[in-house]
Design a binder for this molecule. Sequence first.
Ligand SMILES: NC(=O)C1=CN([C@@H]2O[C@H](COP(=O)(O)OP(=O)(O)OC[C@H]3O[C@@H](n4cnc5c(N)ncnc54)[C@H](OP(=O)(O)O)[C@@H]3O)[C@@H](O)[C@H]2O)C=CC1
Ligand SMILES: O=C(O)[C@@H]1CCC=N1
Length: 284
Amino acid sequence: MSASPTDGRPVDLPVIAILGAGSMGGAIARGVSAGGGELRLTTRSSARSAEWHGIVGVTALALTDDPDANRTAAVGAGIVLLGVKPVGIGELAEEIAGSLAPGAIVVSVAAGVSTAAIERRLPAGTAVVRAMPNTPAAIGLGVTGLSAGSSVSDEQLDLVRHLFEQVGTVVVVPESQIDALSTISGSGPAYVFYLVEQLEAAAVARGLDPADAAALTRGTFAGAMALLAQSDVPPSELRRRVTSPNGTTERAIAVFDERGLPDAFDAATAAALARAQELGAQLS
Ligand SMILES: NC(=O)C1=CN([C@@H]2O[C@H](COP(=O)(O)OP(=O)(O)OC[C@H]3O[C@@H](n4cnc5c(N)ncnc54)[C@H](OP(=O)(O)O)[C@@H]3O)[C@@H](O)[C@H]2O)C=CC1
Ligand SMILES: O=C(O)[C@@H]1CCC=N1
């Protein structure tokens, strides 16, 4: 794993095509569009592409209006990001294979799908990078893991790294680790929202007004994460500072331990990893 070395260095981004601008592709597009540059987006439906109309520098095409939309968007793009579901990646790669500019970098955000499976569907020597971003990219606070395929130069990887630095933090990992990374940071925002939901429900169950429950819960998560970010001590120490000996928090944490929350996190991430491997196995 390596932290980003491009921070602060000016890097010009090429034309970027995001084929499949849904939840994830759209989050990246929102983050990147703020920085200017030419951005081409495709979606299946015109209802989805219409969300992008009128945004300066962004062209959005829908397959329902133009069956050639993906090929049209890919022509001349320096980075072509595949943002469709894993099951659609093989077909999409084959569809655009003849439209890629020389030297274009293909980036896939699909869970589980290997760079080798994508390379097999593209002209020999095409640079393919796997990325595992997360949806806070939409507000510039994403975390993205990157792994290079077999034909990616250092300069090409730097360019992709720079793209994702526009929307947050980047780490580069060997491809053997990116499915595991996906179970942590790719899925992670959902775990956090799930915990927020549970704590809000517990607040309402304790008799608090739903609006107060929402304010208390969201404020607590935001405050705790800001405190952690600004602290030089680990989360275990920050937790200890909340947990008065023989106090109320100690009782609550004991229940989390008795009910197996640590095991639940281990089993949940193992299940997510197994699913990534299933998705990858669908595309050989
Ligand atoms: N959601 C997340 O947090 C993360 C998702 N990913 C990966 O991102 C990928 C997409 O997931 P997600 O964004 O959640 O899914 P979505 O369904 O929200 O997005 C998929 C998008 O692809 C469009 N689409 C479908 N088929 C085509 C096609 N043939 N050509 C062009 N566009 C097409 C859809 O259009 P329309 O809307 O019109 O149907 C939709 O906008 C997956 O591979 C997933 O593994 C990775 C990290 C995190
Ligand atoms: O749930 C999924 O499959 C995708 C990959 C990581 C986050 N969302």
